[in-house]
Ligand binder design. Structure first.
Ligand SMILES: *[C@@H]1O[C@H](CO)[C@@H](O)[C@H](O)[C@H]1NC(C)=O
Length: 203
């Protein structure tokens, strides 16, 4: 036999993923533009705060995940933990994607994580991390991509905080690529993916 089963292939066969994308949207129901932590492992907290931590996201999504993946949305606790207190949880079911709105009147999500099937909402901050033997809950990620309402995407890796905040502000107020100043327009990435991202948008 030339093709041996590797753990990777087994994981695919079982519908499991070792990494997925987490998104924090600027509107409810995963509408419009978003911030994305790409390719994050289970249990890593994607921090989706902006405006110096004053604003978060009314809706979040996990994308390119395995079936049954558990998406958790958090609010920040006083100790500054952006994944400190669970606000909502949802499973992808038979899909590789799910969208989760924050319960009405609760504010906004400050962070999000995903876990493999089988973990359920625990309210206590001490256990809200719900690590299993294989998943840590100490990892932190900040968005590496910001996507505008029109599907144009901008890379944030190596970009300074001030420029990142400018991009966040344009994305959050529904600006399109034509509205961007030249200083940030050059950060555009993955132009071929614009149409696919627009098709995935719900508004
Ligand atoms: C959107 O935000 C940017 C950056 O803060 C600002 O320059 C622009 O005027 C805003 N556009 C609208 C329509 O509010």
């Amino acid at each position: 036999m030339q093709l041996r089963s590797t753990p990777f292939l087994l994981a695919l066969a079982a519908g499991m993923a070792s990494a997925a994308d987490l998104r924090g949207y600027f509107e409810g129901n995963c509408g419009g533009g978003y911030l994305q932590c790409g390719n994050v492992g289970a249990g890593t907290c994607c921090i989706i705060l902006r405006e110096n931590g004053l604003r978060g996201s009314p809706s979040i999504a996990v994308v390119f995940a395995g079936t049954g993946t558990q998406l958790f949305g958090y609010q920040r606790t006083r100790d500054g933990n952006s994944c400190g207190s669970i606000a909502a949880q949802k499973a992808t079911g038979g899909l590789s994607y799910t969208c989760l709105d924050i319960p009405a009147g609760t504010g906004e999500f400050s962070g999000t994580r995903w876990y493999p099937p089988g973990l359920f909402l625990k309210r206590s901050p001490a256990t809200s991390c719900a690590p299993t033997s294989t998943e840590e809950c100490t990892g932190l990620a900040t968005p590496d991509l910001v996507v505008l309402n029109d599907g144009h995407a901008f890379g944030l890796t190596g970009v300074d905080d001030a420029t990142t905040e400018v991009l966040y502000a344009f994305a959050a107020n529904g600006s399109t690529v034509a509205d961007l100043p030249e200083s940030v327009a050059g950060l555009e990435v993955d132009g071929e993916g614009v149409e696919a991202r627009v098709r995935m948008m719900r508004n």
